[in-house]
Design a protein around this ligand. Structure first.
Ligand SMILES: [Zn+2]
Ligand SMILES: [Zn+2]
Length: 305
């Protein structure tokens, strides 16, 4: 196996610390799992945000790229599906576990596509007020060159169309969800995480109300046969989406009540109002743990300007 360079590891560690757990994963142990969603469309799981791949007659559309040190493994997994080149990479949002592989796919010929707020944040670098982590400006070849600001955008390769749609102030302020109508597949990035709390990046434009609105929109777009690729977690159905919307609304209402009563963040943490929900939805550590989710919902209501 090709050794991972120290520089690649260090850059991935910085990016990873900015988005998820404190510890960088051991990429050498990661295996890419491919799930056939039908109609030449696939879900790839490795380390970081789930990837969706749609194969056309003359090229491949890919949604998110995970971490750069996994590039060769992801490339090999796609090559097993199709000999066609990756023509477009669509990013759902700017977090490193979804975009760190961009530059390598771009160097191999792919055009990077995203909402324009993602381009701005990647080009400028970001600070996460939740944990203080800073992500430096991304190199030019990792930054999207094809963006949209309002409305929808379509990306096409032979016989395949990806419909890109923006939701306002949900996981971040630059979220895109992708619909492959011919395969009845939705790729939702981190605006939807299956059977676990989401992270909400409120210091970069996210918020709990936008998360709820986004997921209510997905419920309108999905039917009972829709295959839903979450940002994190296993392949999902509309039933999972309904449960996710219900827990977001319940958590939002409980925390908003305390917020409106004038309770401080520390008061709310001590009150532990989501204890019963945590049993099913909280991750043991990281940005989807019980306390992290509670803080993210609470901070959604504050004016950070
Ligand atoms: Zn993610
Ligand atoms: Zn994210």
């Amino acid at each position: 196996m090709k050794p991972i360079t120290i520089a690649a590891l260090a850059s991935a560690a910085v990016l990873f610390a900015g988005v998820a757990q404190a510890q960088a994963p051991d990429f050498s142990k990661v295996e890419i799992k491919t799930t056939d969603l039908g109609h030449n469309t696939y879900m790839l799981e490795g380390q970081g945000g789930n990837i969706t791949v749609a194969v056309g007659t003359d090229g491949v559309i890919m949604v998110d790229t995970q971490f750069a040190p996994l590039h060769d493994k992801i490339k090999a997994a796609i090559a097993k599906i199709s000999p066609q080149p990756v023509k477009y990479v669509i990013n759902t949002h700017y977090h490193g576990d979804h975009v760190d592989g961009n530059a390598l796919f771009h160097k191999a010929g792919a055009t990077i596509v995203a909402h324009d707020n993602l381009r701005i944040r990647m080009a400028a670098g970001t600070t996460n007020m939740f944990n203080g982590n800073k992500v430096p400006p991304a190199p030019a070849d990792a930054v999207p060159t094809m963006t949209y600001q309002v409305g929808d955008m379509k990306v096409q390769v032979g016989g395949r169309t990806a419909e890109l749609k923006h939701v306002i102030n949900a996981h971040t302020d630059g979220d895109t969800w992708v619909y492959f109508a011919d395969a009845n597949v939705l790729a939702l990035g981190d605006t939807f995480t299956n059977s676990r709390y989401p992270n909400i990046d409120w210091s970069n434009g996210g918020g709990i109300d936008g998360m709820i609105l986004a997921n209510e929109r997905y419920l309108l777009a999905a039917n009972e046969d829709t295959k839903i690729v979450p940002g994190h977690g296993a392949l999902a159905t509309k039933t999972n989406l309904r449960e996710f919307v219900a827990v977001l609304i319940e958590a939002r209402n409980r925390v908003k009540k305390l917020y409106d009563e004038g309770k401080s963040e520390q008061d709310v943490l001590a009150a532990d109002p989501l204890a019963d929900l945590n049993k099913k939805w909280a991750q043991p550590t990281g940005l989807a743990s019980g306390p992290s989710f509670l803080r993210n919902v609470y901070n959604s209501f504050r004016n950070h300007n």
